[in-house]
Write a protein that binds this ligand. Structure first.
Ligand code: NA7
Length: 554
């Protein structure tokens, strides 16, 4: 099936030819490798990191932990893996997630298909030959008719936009590129910039160490108690007996997880009942509060009531009223930024070694040799941690040169914001597939359920091409337009637009703004995916298999 092509490459290296090329070794890339191998396709996968795991390979910062229940945040495609793997905590910590990833990779023998420490620099479509040509940083050239970008929605750390960072004489650590050896905070003056999900996990963990911790907070996040618990053997045995049902519920839920979601509107119940429901959800922990009412993301007044409830909890927990006030998020709706889950985050600020630096009233001016300078003065530091977020959703694909039909690049196509069909395919880029891409629900749903859905969709599309003697597929402009219209129509009333976040591109200077997420829920997204495949992929431009590419694949 696989043959080495004669085509020459710009680097002069002789291209190696397979059926499928896969970029990325996170959950999406790993499942893609498994799926395509099971289909009998030859493949080659590339990963910039030294091993599998994607974001969990890189993010080894103190306190790193998944904020969806481990039982949901795990593969569903293999009964054997479900039965053989046992989670130890409701919300797994990063080392356990890496152990799970290793278990899956070993059990399914995935690693031999990956080239690690390998960055793909460009991907070019040849219309004549119906192949994608990928060139790695080391100059290796690979060709395949199908190319899968499993590059992840949060894989490119954002530039922190703070002057003078290279001047700082202490140790600087990026949360998203944490070293593989432990960092010793004992007796040190430690600064953390960023109070999103990542910063919160770092702060609540490092704050307990024997160090002085300075938290540089610009926008406070709403965070709710995670209430993590160990998973007892009896409970896990029960889960294993019911995995099929748990998965079914997850696939048919808005976020791809087995979490209750009420349709009740906030103002249909009395104030006393509302309070009681909110108290229950706070006690329950996790994202329970998000599921308590059905209209929190469209009814601003309801949303503000819930936000006030959380602000009240902050005031109850934090001893110093001024610190409590500064920790209270204001000016944007709750859940319009990614809701964070914590373990005694607010309590951390009652510790004498933890100091809140309010960058809204006293902005960071620059990093200096000694630390961080704000308008009020210089804070001397030994260690600076940057938890400043990601160039989310589009950053990874925009970071390298992807040329589709007629040499058009993804950068050109996305100059006013990302466009795609389902977050999986791009008009003008035949046989190029993304997993968890922009315009799907990637930021709002369980990334593993989504990766499985997307890879299955791609696999079915490839099978269709092969069974019908077709050489390429891509959405028509009209199909992509219709999808984008739906994405925008659904997003318009959502309160998510009212916060400046990576969800809307507002965290990166110069990035096109707007909510390019499908907010209709994971279950609806799956319905749209199924509908797009119906009728032999009506709504797609399909080209017959050309002779030249048949020869190559012979
Ligand atoms: P986030 O949620 O984008 O948070 C980044 C944080 O860093 C946020 O508090 C930012 O404040 C802050 N930040 C970024 N740049 C600066 C500068 N220049 N000065 C001060 N503060 C800054 O990223 P996370 O890594 O925490 O979480 C990403 C996702 O991972 C999360 O949504 C989950 O899905 C898991 P700002 O809001 O810009 O005022």
């Amino acid at each position: 099936m696989t043959a080495v092509a004669n085509a020459s490459s710009s680097s002069g290296a002789s291209p190696r030819r397979v059926d499928v090329l896969i970029v990325g070794g996170g959950f999406g890339g790993m499942y893609a490798v498994y799926k395509f191998r099971e289909m009998g396709l030859s493949l080659q996968a590339f990963e910039a990191g030294g091993d599998l795991g994607g974001v969990w390979y890189w993010n080894r910062y103190p306190g790193a932990r998944v904020d969806l229940p481990s039982i949901d945040y795990s593969y569903s495609f293999s009964r054997e893996i479900e039965q053989e793997w046992t989670w130890s905590e409701q919300y797994a910590a990063q080392p356990e997630l890496l152990r799970y990833i290793d278990f899956v990779a070993t059990r399914l023998d995935l690693r031999p298909h990956f080239q690690f420490n390998t960055r793909v620099e460009n991907a070019v479509w040849s219309e004549d030959r119906q192949v994608w040509t990928l060139t790695t940083k080391a100059g290796e050239v690979w060709e395949a008719p199908y190319c899968i970008m499993a590059t992840g929605p949060l894989s490119v750390p954002k530039k922190p936009e703070i002057d003078g960072l290279d001047r700082f004489h202490g140790q600087t650590y990026y949360a998203a590129r944490w070293p593989h050896t432990p960092v010793d905070f004992t007796g040190k003056r430690v600064g953390v910039i960023g109070t999103g999900s990542t910063g919160i996990q770092i702060i609540q963990t490092v704050g307990r160490e024997d160090c002085e911790l300075f938290v540089f907070q610009r926008t406070p996040s709403f965070t709710m108690p995670m209430r993590n618990v160990p998973l007892e053997p009896e409970y896990m045995a029960e889960v294993k007996r019911h995995y099929a049902g748990i998965r079914e519920v997850a696939r048919n839920s808005p976020i791809g997880g087995a979490r209750p979601q009420s349709t009740r509107a906030f103002f249909t119940v009395t104030p006393a009942q509302r309070l009681s429901l909110l108290e229950d959800s706070w006690k329950q922990g996790g994202l329970a509060m998000l599921g308590t009412f059905g209209d929190l993301m469209i009814n601003e007044e309801a949303n503000e009531h819930v936000a006030n409830f959380v602000r009240g909890k902050i005031a109850e927990v934090v001893n110093d009223p001024d610190t409590a006030e500064r920790l209270k998020p204001k000016g944007y709706p709750i859940f319009a930024r990614r809701p964070c889950l914590d373990t005694e985050y607010y309590e951390t600020f009652n510790r004498p070694n933890v100091h809140l630096m309010d960058c809204l009233t006293d902005p960071i001016i620059e990093a200096t040799e000694k630390g961080i300078r704000t308008a009020a003065g210089e804070t001397e530091l030994d260690i600076l941690i940057l938890a400043t977020g990601y160039d989310g959703l589009t950053g990874a694909l925009m970071a390298f040169d992807v040329q589709g039909r007629d040499g058009r690049t993804v950068q050109e196509k996305w100059k006013d914001g990302p466009r795609s069909h389902l977050g999986i395919m791009l008009e003008g880029f035949p046989n190029l597939f993304m997993t968890t891409g922009p315009n799907g629900p990637a930021a709002l749903a369980n990334i593993i359920r989504m990766s499985e859905n997307d890879v299955d969709w791609i696999a079915a599309a490839i099978l269709h091409l092969r069974e019908h003697g077709l050489g390429s597929i891509e959405p028509t402009r009209e199909t992509e337009d219709k999808w984008m219209e739906l994405v925008h129509t659904l997003a318009r009333p959502s309160l998510i637009n009212k916060a400046k976040t990576w969800w809307v591109g507002a965290n990166v200077e110069g990035k096109p703004q707007g909510l390019t997420q499908f907010v209709g829920g994971f279950m609806k997204y799956r319905e749209h995916c199924a509908a797009a495949a119906a009728g032999g992929y009506a709504g797609h431009r399909k080209e017959p298999l050309r002779r030249a590419s048949q020869d190559l694949a012979a």
